[in-house]
Design a protein around this ligand. Structure first.
Ligand SMILES: C[S@@+](CC[C@H](N)C(=O)[O-])C[C@H]1O[C@@H](n2cnc3c(N)ncnc32)[C@H](O)[C@@H]1O
Length: 254
């Protein structure tokens, strides 16, 4: 596998030209987590749209020098909400964007739903990024179907999980928080965890971070709370309690 070093400004300029929903910080999180994750395995993305997140993950993978691929799972039917009619296919734009970013050899498009694709899957996963249909049922399914392939020390991340979309949050709170995690963090709306069997101190850390996150969600959901209170509590205070080395890499831009 070739090693390609990309500068952060070059990565961001590539990513900003692709239509999608990732903030710059979220894009950097995907890049750094794919680069830094200390275990071997494939990177799997559920929901690729036009390739914005795939470019970040593939850039991080190429910078890591590891021999793996980004498996970009998406039916490319232009459907963003469950039950809607098929739209315009996003596959050719996806392929064009990956090619334009010079990352074709790192990305394997899987043109399928996550539910069908997992039936043919057997490889270990180092990083699972869930960004498919954002309702409770599909987020829960994506998580439960793929989590068993994530190796200990790997990362599972949800887009729109932190103070984001209620269905995604419900799946995280009910399912993800019940699993074995050694740490939890957030970057913008991305909520992620590091898998593994926690020791006593890691258990305590995860437990307290879950309490902070639930508290942030509670404040976020209060309609009468002024925006500056939400900003102060969630984005200044609570976020500081949720850092991990991946979050630090994003904000220090290392
Ligand atoms: C929010 S978009 C993904 C955005 C993308 N990660 C990015 O950074 O631009 C959600 C994607 O999920 C895909 N999708 C819809 N149903 C799916 C399913 N059952 N399994 C996997 N992906 C699905 C849609 O085609 C759409 O491209």
């Amino acid at each position: 596998m070739h090693y390609i070093k990309t500068s952060i400004p070059r990565l961001l300029s590539k990513v900003r030209n692709v239509e999608g929903w990732l903030s710059d910080h979220e894009a950097l999180f995907l890049y750094h987590a794919a680069r830094m994750v200390p275990v071997s395995g494939e990177i799997v993305e559920i929901g690729s749209w036009k390739g914005k997140s795939s470019i970040c993950l593939a850039s991080g993978l190429s910078a890591s020098g590891k021999s793996a691929f980004v498996w970009a799972v998406d039916p490319h039917e232009g459907i963003l909400v469950a039950g809607k009619k098929k739209g315009v296919s996003t596959l050719s734009i996806f392929n064009r964007n990956i090619r334009g970013a010079g990352l074709t050899r790192f990305v394997k498009p899987v043109v399928s739903t996550s539910q069908r694709a997992v039936r043919h899957w057997s490889k270990p996963i180092s990083f699972l990024f869930i960004d498919g249909l954002h309702d409770y049922i599909h987020t829960k399914q994506d998580y439960l179907l793929w989590k068993k392939y994530v190796v200990s020390g790997g990362v599972i991340a949800f887009h729109d999980g932190f103070c984001g979309i209620p269905g995604v949050w419900k799946a995280i709170d009910e399912q993800f928080f019940q699993s074995n995690l050694v740490d939890i963090g957030t970057v913008s709306s991305v909520l992620y965890g590091i898998t593994g069997t926690p020791n006593f101190f890691e258990k305590m850390r995860v437990k307290s971070k879950i309490t902070f996150i639930r508290f942030a969600q509670h404040i976020h959901a209060l309609s009468w709370t002024p925006w500056w209170v939400k900003r102060l509590f969630i984005h200044t205070f609570i976020r500081m309690l949720l850092v991990t080395p991946y979050t630090i890499a994003v904000y220090m831009n290392k």
